[in-house]
Design a protein around this ligand. Structure first.
Ligand SMILES: Nc1ncnc2c1ncn2[C@@H]1O[C@H](COP(=O)(O)OP(=O)(O)OP(=O)(O)O)[C@@H](O)[C@H]1O
Length: 236
């Protein structure tokens, strides 16, 4: 996905200013930055949930800038918001089936089997209501649903939020596995910046709605801007 000179926000309130980015196929790209710097707005904008004033989003050579979210989803782009990413009143199994409702029976089974291979943790809880799952289990289910949908691009908004360090590590392992085994393209927004960048290929740092750094993840980890940010002294 290529993002060119993107200006976007909510109604008249501009949040993103002239954002340029390349989200490479089959790689993990992580966006870090202070609270309120526009990271979530960036993901929402790519998925079609904000107002775009100018700029372009190109995906597989198609200009998708102004496509509605459902069309982007159909093209293989999945967006997992931090919360409300599963149907709480349905069981785990029903959630997986709904994710693949457009597939025929055979294909659906195939996709669910594949998702459960990557996420065996939810195999034993297929009959549980999603609303009763732990934060980690819910995150696994949301990612498994994206796999059932056969998404090519996974945009994850703080998947490790409110999880224990151990569970966060497990989520990071899954993300790496989805890149390596399934060749998925991952765009990640994380507060857990250091760990996220350690598994990433590329890193972006947003400050006040602008790209303050873009490059290799390891270069961002060693960059002065990142050290300032980690110490909490970067101005918002
Ligand atoms: N629905 C909305 N309507 C209006 N303004 C919004 C909306 N959502 C977010 N904002 C504003 O947009 C700015 C950027 O918010 P955003 O959530 O993108 O930042 P963030 O970098 O993801 O922050 P955090 O790390 O705290 O999640 C903030 O000033 C926020 O108040």
């Amino acid at each position: 996905m290529i993002v060119k000179n993107l200006n976007a926000g909510y109604g008249k309130l501009q949040i993103l200013f002239d954002v340029n980015a390349e989200i490479e196929k089959g790689k993990i790209t992580t966006v870090v930055g202070p609270n309120g710097s526009g990271k979530s707005t960036f993901l929402k904008t790519l998925f079609g949930l904000t107002t775009i004033y100018s700029g372009e989003i190109i995906y597989n050579d198609v200009n998708i800038t102004h496509l509605p979210p459902y069309k982007k989803a159909r093209m293989g782009i999945a967006y997992l918001p931090q919360t409300n990413n599963v149907f709480q009143n349905l069981t785990v199994e029903e959630n997986l089936k709904i994710a693949g409702y457009v597939l025929d029976k055979e294909k659906l089974k195939e996709r669910i089997d594949l998702a459960l291979e990557i996420f065996p943790e939810i195999k034993g809880i297929l009959k549980r209501k999603a609303g009763s799952l732990s934060g980690g289990q819910r995150q696994f289910l949301a990612m498994a649903m994206a796999l059932v949908r056969d998404a090519e691009v996974l945009m994850l908004d703080e998947p490790t939020a409110q999880l224990s360090p151990k569970l966060a590590d497990l989520i990071f392992n899954k993300i790496t596995e989805m890149r390596d085994e399934l060749k998925l393209t991952i765009l990640l927004v994380e507060q857990n910046a250091k760990k996220a960048l350690e598994i990433s290929d590329y890193g972006y740092m947003f400050v006040s709605g602008k790209v303050a750094f873009k490059g290799k993840a390891e270069d961002l980890l060693n960059h002065e801007k990142f050290k300032e940010y980690s110490l909490g002294v970067t101005a918002i």
